[in-house]
Write a protein that binds this ligand. Structure first.
Ligand code: GUN
Length: 279
């Protein structure tokens, strides 16, 4: 039986540590405030935004909500971001993605001041990660590192295969594993013989967005398997990019879905918010 990597428990530990830190900062007169922007009312985004605001409340950071209608123009959104950039009481700004199709997502990300970009999406923060300098790191991959470290899984010298090359997960994930001295392979839709490459992994991290795509044939005996995917199945149950029933008996350690990577994203967002308070 594989070790179950408990994201729910680890994210709670992190939030409790952050709550204590915020209390200390408050005692020194340093207050935290996160501006949360949502354009339109995509139901999934509304759930994420609500959970982020709840987490703020839990750790003692004020959150300011900006719920803008779908028809908001790009200029109106950029003006709001610029106002928040200048507001000394706001130390973090988050614009929930996706934004409506008539907006340029990259332009919006670029407009958020890098020192308030708690999502870690701004090119300055991504660049800092590439060259190993201080900056905000994208929350989901940062959460995966914490899951591994806090579950006692060694990273240095291991062969890590990352499946997926998105800007938010795959690419920063590979860079973070490299920083932890893993040997890193990045796979994607054009990788030849994906199964054979995945089967070499000591640590297999999957962020492809395809339900149960990673079956037993992709996994080496004893490997650590991290599943970033989350999908609602026809029967209403949630599943990941990994076929858990098939893979769990082979893996040395594995994250469940739900309760694995998911809760870590918000915990790491809170970590970035606390860091923003101290800058
Ligand atoms: N949409 C999906 N994930 C994220 C995230 O981590 N941050 C933001 N801002 N939008 C998202």
């Amino acid at each position: 039986m594989a070790q179950l990597i408990d994201g729910k428990k680890i994210s709670q530990e992190i939030k409790d540590e952050l709550k204590e830190k915020v209390e200390k900062l408050n005692a020194e007169g340093i207050e935290g405030a996160l501006a949360v922007i949502q354009v339109g009312n995509d139901p999934a985004s509304s759930v994420y935004v609500r959970n982020k605001k709840r987490a703020c409340e839990y750790i003692g950071i004020r959150s300011e909500s900006y719920e803008l209608p779908e028809e908001t123009t790009e200029d109106e959104l950029l003006t709001l971001i610029e106002t928040l950039n200048e507001d000394p009481k706001i130390n973090g700004i988050l614009c929930q993605l996706p934004v409506p199709a008539h907006m340029d997502e990259n332009k919006i990300i670029r407009t958020i001041a890098p020192e308030k970009d708690v999502d870690g999406f701004h090119t300055q923060n991504v660049g800092a990660l590439v060259v190993g300098q201080k900056g905000f790191v994208s929350c989901t991959p940062a959460g995966v590192i914490q899951l591994l470290k806090r579950s006692g899984i060694d990273i240095a010298g291991k062969h890590c295969v990352v499946v997926g090359r998105s800007n938010i997960v795959g690419k920063p994930m590979a860079l973070l594993m490299l920083k932890e001295n893993a040997t890193v392979t990045i796979c994607h839709s054009r990788t030849a013989d994906l199964k054979a490459v995945c089967k070499q992994a000591d640590i297999l991290i999957v962020a492809v967005g395809k339900p149960k795509m990673i079956t037993a044939e992709y996994v080496k005996e004893g490997a650590t398997v991290i599943d970033v995917g989350i999908h609602r199945q026809e029967d209403g149950k949630l599943c990941g990019d990994v076929d858990f029933e098939q893979v769990e008996p082979i893996a040395g350690a594995i994250t469940p879905v739900p309760g694995g990577v998911g809760p870590m994203t918000i915990a790491m967002l809170m970590n970035n918010c606390v860091e923003a308070m101290t800058r």
